[in-house]
Design a protein around this ligand. Structure first.
Ligand SMILES: Cc1cc2nc3c(=O)[nH]c(=O)nc-3n(C[C@H](O)[C@H](O)[C@H](O)COP(=O)(O)OP(=O)(O)OC[C@H]3O[C@@H](n4cnc5c(N)ncnc54)[C@H](O)[C@@H]3O)c2cc1C
Length: 348
């Protein structure tokens, strides 16, 4: 069995591991366009292992989070931190009402306790209609990156951007280089997921360049605050006692409906972020809502893929097939098992 995987991100490495588990003799090759793997959205993100509290407008996304949570804990538990004071604040002016939010969470039997809203965390405590303490965890993305990279025993082709796929015959092309034939090719590129697919099988997607601030904050390392559901902010534990700061208004710093435009801007994403002072805008938005203090350490800038409909804020994961090519829409980290299960079913 010879498998080619496009994209050396979290999904690509996880799928490679699962292939090796099921087919120990398989020859697995990863193609990564950057000069290092594991530097994309899979390892520079908000570090939240979701249970569903983030998605009051998408029942299917909540379902996928519930399905993925326990398996993630079981397989990647060593990279998880408990967030003992993990607060979701439901804003009175959000896209869903407080009653709607609570009804959705209760309908999925998500576990939480309600806690009183106090003035020491929020600038406008009267704007918060409900405060929930939830048991979602934080992913130590730095440690996860190291383990995935070290454990992979196949071939990694870095600086090898896949430009085209021959799905029928199992070849990938990068510039003038042709690789294959592969029994199967898995596209886990996150942003280039329609490669080699005919028009009628295309995922309808759009893209963003998204920024997060990694910061030292006055919150405890096991404390998180997320304000739902609308143009608000999150402060979530990452690793080394630091938190990521994100803002619904400023984290998506550029939006694209045409992938060529994303490709044009992506290599200069840090320059664009600096010029637009996105890190400062995120920090100011956090300060507008929360009383905590912070000391920014790093700016993370990556590409994000969303369904073009973006209905109900859904972040679903889906696998589609065309001949030997399987392509993954990667919605969220916890859904990696759903994706790899679907792929392994096709490979058996
Ligand atoms: C700002 C932000 C915050 C997020 N926060 C969370 C969160 O808290 N919790 C959660 O569950 N999810 C979160 N997500 C979503 C999550 O990161 C993604 O759903 C998932 O991780 C993406 O899959 P990946 O890890 O494989 O992507 P990536 O890490 O981006 O990997 C894809 C790889 O493919 C490579 N590539 C792309 N095109 C090609 C090509 N043509 N040829 C070769 N290589 C190619 C890229 O360089 C990259 O290395 C967040 C996403 C963003 C952007």
């Amino acid at each position: 069995m010879r498998i080619g995987i496009i994209g050396g991100g979290f999904f690509g490495y996880h799928i490679a591991q699962q292939v090796h588990r099921l087919f120990p003799g398989a020859d697995v090759e990863i193609f990564e366009r950057e000069d290092r793997t594991l530097m994309g959205a899979g390892t520079t993100n908000q570090c939240r292992l979701h249970m569903g509290f983030h998605y009051p407008r998408s029942g299917y996304t909540i379902y996928q989070s519930i399905m993925g949570f326990d398996r993630f804990v079981s397989d990647y538990g060593e990279f998880l931190h408990d967030v003992t004071d993990n607060l979701y604040a439901v804003h009175n002016d959000g896209l869903v009402t407080v009653d709607e939010y609570m009804a959705v969470m209760d309908s999925f039997h998500l576990p939480y306790e309600t806690v009183p809203v106090t003035g020491d965390l929020f600038r406008e405590p009267e704007a918060i209609g409900a405060l929930l303490r939830v048991p979602e965890k934080s992913i130590d993305v730095a440690a996860l990156r190291e383990r995935l990279g070290n454990r992979f025993s196949g071939t990694v082709h870095v600086s090898t951007r896949v430009d085209d796929v021959d799905a029928e015959n199992g070849y990938v092309r990068s510039g003038s280089d042709l690789f294959g034939p592969f029994d199967y090719i898995v596209n886990a590129s996150y942003t280039d997921l329609n490669l080699g697919f005919p028009e009628e099988k295309h995922f309808g997607v759009k893209w963003e360049i998204a920024a997060l601030v990694l910061a030292k904050t006055s919150l405890a390392p096991d404390q998180a605050i997320t304000i739902m559901d609308g143009p608000f902010v999150s402060v979530y534990p990452a690793y080394g006692g630091m938190h990521t700061l994100s803002s619904v208004a400023h984290t998506p710093m550029r939006r694209y409906s045409d992938r060529d435009d994303l490709e044009r801007d992506y290599p200069r994403r840090f320059e664009l972020a600096e010029r637009a002072e996105v890190g400062q805008a995120i920090a100011r938005d956090v300060e507008r809502h929360l009383t905590l203090t912070h000391d920014p350490q790093e700016l993370w800038v990556t590409a994000k893929t969303k369904l073009s409909t973006d209905m109900g804020d859904s972040r679903v994961t889906e696998v589609r097939r065309h001949h030997r090519l399987l392509s993954v829409l990667c919605g969220k980290i916890d859904a990696v098992f759903e994706a790899s299960d679907a792929i392994l079913r096709e490979l058996r």
